[in-house]
Design a protein around this ligand. Structure first.
Ligand code: ADP
Length: 408
């Protein structure tokens, strides 16, 4: 089945066209709606090669989508001759609340629910909806599927998702841990589960900790294929140190910032979400490559940022092994997890006591094109794996499965 995957952020539109599991082409429109979209750029790729780039005003996601459609069918750069070739569209949707435990075919009710969850994800669900509406207009009649970042985590038990607040905050106001990055955690967990099964561990007994370490970062505990805890919480601010987000902190700190330092809510929001994390601690950059480089050159704050990053991942791995009562594998994925051997080493340092023995040579030799690389020693009681994530492929697979079921 030919599936177009669409992922709209606040000022971006990412797309990838699949024929079955095969990626045909992909691309990214950036600066959509920023300053009226005057400086928007669309880059189209086949494989890793950028094959075309256009600069054009893109005041909103509908106009951006028009450019995507034109690019896909462009006689010189496009990969399809007509839009009728697209059989289904899969949309990434960040927040599905408690209603969506798996991917669903989009209808009016689903759209209304995604609208309702805008309150819980004000930065993410509105652009996701804009993408859905643009597709409805431009590709009328083509079935669309929503794949939620939160859905995979809906199997978490109440003791993991209820905060220590008055219970009405959960019941009436829906304040609870939702967890995010679910599509990525699910993708690598499926790959890891297949590997562990071949190694003799039955799927329903597998205890896996997946570490999605990118600009946004999270750790998930997966017991018997189900998410049982995630470091991201009510919003994607909790947990690990991220590019610009603080992760865990004493909840009284924002109160102190407001009361004693005269900040208002917008100041605190900006501080915690965009000025903290690797950027805030290092003072150098939100990008791990820059921070590591500065640390190597002797910048002590940069080294501290790296140390905090690794320490938190270590703490979560230990906590989740305890939560599951055992550990069969730790999986590293996303930009940092797939590409930074020093960080992976830091994240499992001292964890031999829970069965994690790193093989230095394999850790330093993870190839780009491997689906799965084992970086633990041959006699390590638990596996350490590097698995490149592929959220788009996961979305394409869900979409194809749901749409082909519908037409049967
Ligand atoms: P996003 O959450 O934006 O999708 P990615 O998964 O692409 O993020 O991860 C981005 C992060 O990965 C950045 O911090 C970047 O520095 C880091 N990264 C990418 N390649 C490397 C590398 N070779 N070494 C260290 N960090 C890397």
């Amino acid at each position: 089945m030919v599936v177009l995957v669409v992922n709209c952020g606040s000022s971006s539109l990412k797309y990838e066209l699949f024929a079955g599991d095969q990626s045909v082409c992909s691309g990214l429109a950036e600066r959509v709606g920023v300053d009226g979209g005057q400086h928007a750029v669309l880059t189209h790729k086949c494989g890793h090669e950028a094959t075309a780039q256009i600069s054009a005003p893109m005041p909103d996601h509908t106009v951006a989508f028009d450019h995507v459609v034109a690019m896909l069918t462009d006689p010189e750069h496009g990969q399809i001759s007509s839009l009728q070739e697209i059989e289904a569209v899969g949309h990434r949707v960040v927040h599905g609340g408690e209603q969506f435990t798996e991917s669903v075919l989009i209808d009016d009710e689903v759209i209304a629910a995604i609208e309702d969850f805008c309150e819980l994800a004000p930065l993410h669900n509105p652009p996701n909806l804009a993408g859905i509406r643009a597709c409805q207009q431009r590709l009328p009649g083509i079935p669309m599927v929503a794949v939620f970042d939160t859905a995979f985590h809906q199997t978490m038990p109440a003791h993991a998702f209820v905060y220590g607040l008055p219970y009405r905050m959960y019941q009436k106001h829906h304040i609870r841990r939702y967890g995010f990055h679910g599509t990525s955690h699910r993708y690598v967990a499926i790959e890891a589960a297949r590997y562990l099964q071949a190694a003799g561990i039955p799927p329903n007994q597998q205890k896996i900790v997946t570490c999605h370490l990118g600009n946004g970062a999270s750790v998930t505990a997966i017991n018997g294929g189900c998410s049982v805890d995630c470091s991201l919480g009510f919003t994607p601010l909790e947990g690990l140190l991220m590019g610009t987000r603080s992760g865990d902190l004493d909840p009284a700190i924002p109160l102190h910032l407001i009361r004693a330092m005269g900040m208002d809510v917008a100041d605190v929001d900006r501080l915690l979400n965009t000025e903290s994390g690797l950027l805030g601690v290092s003072g150098v950059s939100s990008d791990m490559r820059d921070v590591m480089q500065a640390a190597e050159e002797g910048n002590r704050q940069a080294q501290l940022a790296v140390d905090i990053f690794c320490y938190r991942v270590r703490k979560y791995i230990g906590a989740y092994a305890a939560a599951m009562g055992g550990l069969d594998a730790v999986v590293f994925t996303a930009g940092i997890g797939e590409n930074a051997p020093q960080i992976r080493r830091g994240c499992v340092k001292g964890l031999e006591f829970i069965g994690l023995h790193l093989d230095e040579a394999s850790n330093n030799n993870v190839g780009d094109d491997q689906e799965i690389t084992v970086i633990s020693t041959a006699n390590s009681p638990a596996y350490i794996l590097v698995i490149p994530t592929n959220e788009e492929l996961m979305i394409a697979r869900d979409t194809a499965a749901i749409v082909s079921n519908m037409t049967q």
